[in-house]
Design a protein around this ligand. Sequence first.
Ligand code: CAA
Length: 258
Amino acid sequence: MAYETIIVETRRHVGLITLNRPKALNALCAQLVAELGQALDAFEADDEIGAIVLTGSEKAFAAGADIKEMAGKSFMDAYLADFITDGWERITTCRKPVIAAVAGFALGGGCEVAMMCDFILAADNAKFGQPEITLGIIPGAGGTQRLTRAVGKAKAMEMVLTGRMIDAAEAERAGLVSRVVPLAELVEEAVKVAEKIAGLSRPVVLMAKEAVNAAFETSLSQGIRFERRLFHATFATEDQKEGMAAFIEKRSPTFRNR
Ligand code: CAA
């Protein structure tokens, strides 16, 4: 598949997608969103791939939805096309883990795309923000919801109402990112983490992801019941037998992924 706005590579069992519109700081135009969806579809269908890393450039993960593309839209254009939902949420339906490796600006839709991933590894130069209010709009790809769940009402409200950016250290303190790493190590570190995940039991990884995601969709008691059912299901896998046998025999497990 020939892509124009992203670069797609495979690193052992990891799919690496690099947003690649450097002149527009990786602004998320319709073509980029469509290509990102196609790349995710391909990695999702590829049995050799166990996890996916999504990254941008050193200057920008993505500076938001493409302002030049959307500036002339009318309400009817946006409403009838269900603008933003259309295509953007593909990351959230990906069953394999997706790690966002964020350097530079992750603003507006860029911050929202990073938050759609399962977790964010940030470079020390990363900057997160929802500056939509300064353009006369509000976040439209989940920013008011996912940011609020990640950092709490006070910080989310300040960021959404003022457009204030937070740096990597503040993002880590607030729980928006899992870790901050030096810029030069970001992509390699993210690929290393993804390789670790890809080497584990595929079905059990999918169950673990599904269980954590349930925490955002259900009540505590329903979530715990869901977790318990999946926990029980892990005992039906060969990988549970192998993982526990390997521990007892003091050797590394070899997961068969089925
Ligand atoms: N859309 C389209 N083009 C963009 C863009 C965007 N979101 N962000 C940057 N660019 C373009 C600029 O227009 C510029 O292009 P030209 O050279 O052709 O003028 C190029 O990228 C470089 O940008 P700057 O010259 O502005 O670079 P800078 O280093 O001075 O500033 C920045 C960097 C602070 C990120 C600044 O570019 C900026 O504020 N960008 C817009 C951020 C923003 O408002 N994002 C939210 C978009 S709305 C949204 O995302 C809605 C939603 O919820 C989905």
